[in-house]
Design a protein. Structure first.
Length: 184
């Protein structure tokens, strides 16, 4: 279940892009991705598990009740309407359909796709008891098949060599900050 919740399209597409962009620096890039994309979410799950709390509010309440309200509301706003939810439809559209839609129809196509995307999401979420079935028995195997296909294609048809990096950061930029312009 946790694998199905944490593993999404970004985890399938971004590592390939990161590997291609890093060139011969693939090992430091991989370490950075594993720390930020795997380690931090795992620490969050471990914090909830080790603290023996019911969730984020109970965990944050140990600092103070006002902080718990602020933190929980800010966290859910960031995970939902402020950042994650708008990106769900746009990323799916950009990756799946945008190359097939003429530029003059792009805005209308994005609107239609977004409405359809969220209607399907709403229909699937109407029965919360079945979310475990959808995620655990349908989406997770689909993700694993997609991951296996991605790995096979990456090994059989590599995008480039490990000797050349196609993106170079500005000189003088500290190493820890070099990934920021690329969204990493």
């Amino acid at each position: 279940m946790l694998f199905g919740m944490f593993f999404g399209a970004g985890n399938l597409i971004f590592p390939v892009f990161l590997g291609q962009a890093s060139g011969k620096n693939v090992i430091p890039a991989l370490i950075g991705f594993l720390v930020s994309g795997v380690g931090l979410p795992l620490l969050g799950v471990a914090a909830i598990g080790l603290s023996r709390t019911d969730g984020v509010f109970s965990l944050a309440k140990k600092v103070g009740r006002p902080y718990a309200f602020f933190f929980t509301i800010a966290l859910y706003l960031c995970m939902g309407p402020l950042f994650a939810t708008p990106r769900l439809a746009t990323i799916s559209y950009e990756i799946g359909l945008s190359t097939f839609i003429p530029q003059r129809h792009a805005k209308l196509a994005l609107l239609v796709f977004s409405v359809a995307f969220f209607v399907v999401a709403w229909l699937l979420a109407r029965r919360p008891g079945r979310i475990m079935t959808y995620v655990g028995k349908v989406l997770t195997p689909a993700f694993l098949v997609a991951l296996a296909l991605l790995l096979a294609f990456a090994i059989i048809f590599p995008l480039g060599t490990l000797t050349r990096t196609w993106w170079r950061p500005r000189t003088g930029t500290p190493r820890w900050l070099r990934g920021s312009p690329m969204g990493t």
